[in-house]
Design a protein around this ligand. Structure first.
Ligand SMILES: *[C@@H]1O[C@H](CO)[C@@H](O)[C@H](O)[C@H]1NC(C)=O
Ligand SMILES: *[C@@H]1O[C@H](CO)[C@@H](O)[C@H](O)[C@H]1NC(C)=O
Ligand SMILES: *[C@@H]1O[C@H](CO)[C@@H](O)[C@H](O)[C@H]1NC(C)=O
Ligand SMILES: *[C@@H]1O[C@H](CO)[C@@H](O)[C@H](O)[C@H]1NC(C)=O
Length: 456
């Protein structure tokens, strides 16, 4: 018999010597063979349908990928499944954070010797070793604030820090990210698991800063990175860098002091106009609706004027006053953005002052602070944030408001004996220079002349 594909009648070519199915298999009777043919026919039909469906599916995928202009990615996706995964270097959690700290994407991740701090342990006497171990065991066992309060009262060996050791409280847009990145490269600093957890204002209820037990547990063990800090026997100082805490000073200053009485806190401030402008740019570039900006027909001046009057943001005085009330000079450090980012001796001096204040080696990881997150410097010459349009008299009014805010800060420093006369004068001069530079270089003549205001 001729073996044909049932429906089409096309004979299946068969060499003279090749056996028929019946010949190959003794059990294959003509009757069996007939049933097999019917089954083959069914399979064939189903096969066609499945083929068509598969083709449609693949076409659909291709069409979708094409719409997303994603064919290359799709190709790589298939390819990747066929090949063993590429050998990508496995980044440590610290390196992952440092990736985000680079100013340019092609920059190398800096090397941080994560074991440097524990070398101090080799210098301990047996008694110091015992003290260090006792402190470590007590703190490492904590999962709540009450436990930390008790454990942190125990004596420590040289080079050990209480847990947590410090806070960078804000203000946002005042080089806090650059400071964070500088500090996590310091061998005596324990990087936190999260850069800006904002646990204490977002997950603990104001005004008492009451944190539920599960929040405390997460914060103590995970967020602040208890395991890694304990592994260094607390020779690396743990911290929280949530930049919105400063503006919550009206209740948080008192509560943080009551919760962790030993912590050191750092507040950075920038020319109030520049800070407010940078905050608006942050909102706009993160697609957050900026109510004032929308309502004013995208005129920035009324929004900044409003911010400089508002006690919660660019008007630092009332909030900083609260932090000063509860944290003495050896627990609160004020940093000025314009001074710490200036390419001159002030950068190194300010960084050393910060590290001295926190009790770290002054010269590590370096004496310079590369700026990360410098959004207003990106895009074309007219990109939003490169400069801000307003009239000279509008800017002059903002300067009057900002100068009043600056005076508030200077007076607070003076009354609390925080800074030498010279330092206070420098502080004010740095901000006056920003205002003068804008008025002199970036404004057209006359009160209605247009200004292209840039931030410090
Ligand atoms: C806090 O933690 C300690 C030790 O882990 C535990 O003994 C204590 O009961 C906890 N206290 C509260 C208030 O949860
Ligand atoms: C930025 O957006 C947030 C959330 O929408 C808003 O609360 C805040 O006031 C805005 N900041 C400024 C400076 O407009
Ligand atoms: C904001 O929206 C634009 C346009 O819709 C988009 O291209 C951009 O990725 C968005 N940016 C962020 C940070 O979400
Ligand atoms: C500033 O105003 C000029 C003139 O009206 C306009 O061409 C320019 O796009 C504006 N720039 C920005 C950043 O708003």
């Amino acid at each position: 018999m001729t073996f044909t594909a049932a429906d089409t009648g096309i004979p299946i070519p068969r060499g003279p010597s090749s056996p028929t199915r019946e010949e190959r298999h003794p059990l294959m009777s003509p009757e069996n063979s007939k049933q097999l043919k019917i089954a083959a026919h069914r399979v064939d039909k189903w096969g066609q349908w499945i083929g068509i469906l598969l083709a449609c599916f693949v076409l659909g995928l291709l069409a979708q990928a094409a719409m997303q202009r994603d064919i290359a990615t799709l190709g790589r996706g298939w390819y990747a499944r066929l090949l063993p995964p590429p050998l990508e270097p496995v980044l440590t959690p610290l390196q992952q954070q440092l990736m985000g700290c680079r100013t340019f994407k092609n920059e190398e991740i800096p090397f941080v010797d994560e074991t440097a701090s524990i070398r101090v342990l080799d210098s301990y006497t047996p008694e110091q070793r015992q003290t260090a171990e006792r402190f470590t065991a007590a703190v490492a066992a904590c999962t709540n604030f009450t436990c930390l309060q008790r454990a942190n009262k125990l004596p420590r060996a040289p080079g050990q820090f209480r847990y947590p050791h410090f806070y960078i409280l804000g203000f946002p847009k005042c080089a806090t990210t650059s400071l964070y990145c500088h500090l996590i490269q310091h061998p005596q600093v324990q990087f936190p698991r999260q850069k800006e957890p904002h646990t204490l204002n977002m997950q603990c209820s104001a005004p008492k800063m009451e944190c539920p037990p599960e929040v405390q547990q997460e914060y103590v063990t995970q967020t602040l990175n208890l395991d890694e800090a304990a592994a260094s026997m607390f020779t690396r100082a743990a911290f929280d860098g949530s930049t919105h805490y400063a503006a919550e000073g009206h209740y948080m200053a008192e509560r943080l002091k009551a919760t962790f009485p030993w912590v050191k806190v750092v507040i950075s401030m920038r020319d109030p106009i520049s800070q407010a402008l940078a905050m608006h740019l942050h909102n706009l570039s993160h697609n957050r609706t900026d109510v004032c900006w929308e309502e004013s027909g995208k005129r920035i001046y009324p929004c900044i004027a409003q911010d400089l009057e508002d006690v919660t943001r660019a008007r630092y005085g009332p909030r900083v006053a609260k932090w000063m009330e509860h944290f003495s000079t050896d627990q609160l450090l004020l940093v000025q953005y314009e001074s710490v980012i200036a390419k001159g001796p002030s950068m190194a001096e300010d960084l050393q002052e910060l590290k001295g204040f926190l009790g770290f080696d002054l010269h590590l990881p370096s004496d310079s602070l590369p700026l990360t997150n410098w959004k207003h410097n990106r895009g074309g010459p007219d990109a939003i944030g490169r400069y801000w349009n307003m009239t000279r008299s509008e800017y002059q009014h903002l300067v009057d408001l900002a100068r009043r805010n600056a005076q508030e800060v200077i007076q607070l420093m003076e009354s609390s004996g925080r800074a030498e006369k010279q330092q206070r004068a420098n502080w004010l001069r740095n901000w006056e220079n920003v205002w003068k530079m804008n008025l002199d270089d970036n404004c057209e003549a006359g009160p209605d002349g247009n200004c292209k205001i840039v931030v410090s």
